[in-house]
Design a protein around this ligand. Sequence first.
Ligand code: FAD
Length: 307
Amino acid sequence: PYDVLIVGGGPAGAAAAVYAARKGIRVGIAAERFGGQLNDTMSIENYISVLETNGPKLAADLEAQVQHYGVEIMAMQRASKIVSAEQTGGMTEVHLENGGVLKAKSVILSTGARWRNVNVPGEAEYKNKGVAYCPHCDGPLFKGKRVSVIGGGNSGVEAAIDLAGIVEHVTLIEFADQLKADAVLVNKLKSLPNVTIHANAQTTEITGESGKVNGLSYKDRATDVVHHIELEGVFVQIGLVPNTEFLKGTLELSKFGEIVVDAKGHTSMPGVFAAGDCTTVPYKQIIIAAGEGAKAALSAFDHLIRN
Ligand code: FAD
């Protein structure tokens, strides 16, 4: 059995593995895809002390550091269930989709999240070539250009306000007949001179040329007329979904499916901790996920020495 078993090998899981292994205890990490969302990321310019890197390189660096400390990496393993220890200090079980069962004195869940796609022609083709999901990450790449934000909830409207300060023009597209974001955000957005809002509008296609986004088509749902806008970037902001479906009914999740954690990364299940994009901790970023992973590992170690 493991002293600490980590489920998920993104920045949160990798940081947890390094911090736990440096305590000289037995650490394992089971991950479907080591590196997590980093594998889908091109340029990373906001990881402190690293001026610029790319996702696959950062993922490889994380894996090398985890291996350096002798952590047992179980790649391409998907967890399907967690079973709580019967008594305090007992073994928690993590069941894998391949039928295997891993046992550990403490578990750290760091299964991350995924951006919801709009599923229109052009989205997959131009991902990272003008189609983006994270304004904090990719906003500066569109400085002085024209972009669109798809989604008029809080995250979409916040993204549009944020981007309006960087880019030349922002067009916000919302499917419903009005924006669902908080009124204070909607009022702020409407006060900006370089923002156009289209409600009751269905995105039908993201268009491109020579491997780059050059526009977006949407259908006015009142008239069924299709319009085309010329622009260089599209930010899809219709939700970030935590990878926590396999935990339903076992530990406390928020209404968005995020694992509820306290300030030390404890979940509602004793001996089980969580970190990164799969949790209620706000602002889904690499540096935040890594910091939370380190914190969860220290909390898990604290749990081990007390039990
Ligand atoms: P993830 O990176 O999502 O990793 C989750 C891990 O869990 C993976 O190993 C996955 O395979 C595994 N997993 C999931 N379910 C299971 C299961 N059931 N069993 C076993 N393993 C499982 N952030 C920045 O700070 N700067 C940027 O420039 C930036 N750019 C981005 C660009 C894109 C296109 C995207 C999608 C995200 C970007 N982000 C950026 C956000 C950043 O990637 C995430 O905040 C960060 O990766 C979260 O780390 P994590 O470890 O919590 O989760």
